[in-house]
Design a protein around this ligand. Structure first.
Ligand code: SAH
Length: 211
């Protein structure tokens, strides 16, 4: 059991700052969110290392630097209503929920979604709505979103996510299979502006069937 995670979390935040995360709100939330509660207890001693870790069902909790970078990007665009595709452990969801007004999160594996829901409730985070569904479809009835963050790598950018972006909104999505890059897409009316950031490594955004 990890009783006192603050020291370890503080060291993680120092590392994130050295790696270019400068948003004080993002750093504060990473420092106070108990990442060790978002993984199997047998891995909890590694929770404040800057690495992705397995969470079961062949999935991973994303690397803290990636969570912080993507969150910082959403903050730079002043997002308040955010759709997350790939709830996984719920850690990214928890970070977002402490920084924006409302978070919607879609996960295709029921068991992971169930565990994430329990963790988020334990942390008293209630500005979150979750859905067991296919992220390729987004969440049309709740759209438009001023930020959409995908935490699994898509072979191509899902059209539904482009459609569900608000005017001025931003979509952050890893694209590729073996080789993946982080794409940032902004919507201006009917036109979209796209840029590519660095290489990344995510589990695949699986098409179709739920599990
Ligand atoms: N943000 C999560 C990342 C989990 S890994 C975390 O840090 O814990 C990516 C997640 O995307 C996995 O849980 C996987 O089941 C989910 N996923 C993959 N394809 C999906 C799809 N088509 N729709 C919804 N979720 C999907």
């Amino acid at each position: 059991m990890i009783q006192n995670f603050q020291g370890m979390a503080r060291r993680l935040v120092t590392l994130l700052r050295q790696q270019g995360i400068s948003d004080p709100n993002v750093l504060r939330v990473v420092e106070t969110t108990p990442r060790h509660q978002f993984m199997p207890e047998s891995l909890a001693h590694k929770a404040y290392e800057n690495t992705a870790l397995p969470i079961g069902k062949g999935q991973t909790i994303s690397q803290p630097l990636m969570v912080a970078s993507m969150t910082q990007l959403l903050m730079q665009h002043h997002c308040q209503k955010v759709l997350e595709i790939g709830t996984g452990s719920g850690y990214q969801t928890a970070v977002l929920a402490q920084l924006v007004e409302r978070v919607y999160s879609v996960e295709r594996i029921a068991e992971l979604q169930y565990q994430a829901k329990r963790r988020l409730k334990n942390l008293d985070l209630h500005n979150i709505q979750m859905r067991h569904g296919d992220g390729w479809q987004g969440w049309s009835s709740k759209s438009p979103f001023d930020g959409i963050i995908v935490t699994a790598a898509a072979q191509s950018i899902p059209q539904a996510l482009l459609d569900q972006l608000a005017d001025g909104g931003v979509l952050i999505i890893p694209v590729g299979t073996e080789r993946q890059a982080l794409h940032v897409v902004r919507r201006f009316g009917d036109s979209y502006e796209q840029k590519q950031l660095g290489d990344v490594k995510f589990v695949p955004l699986v098409p179709g069937a739920l599990a």
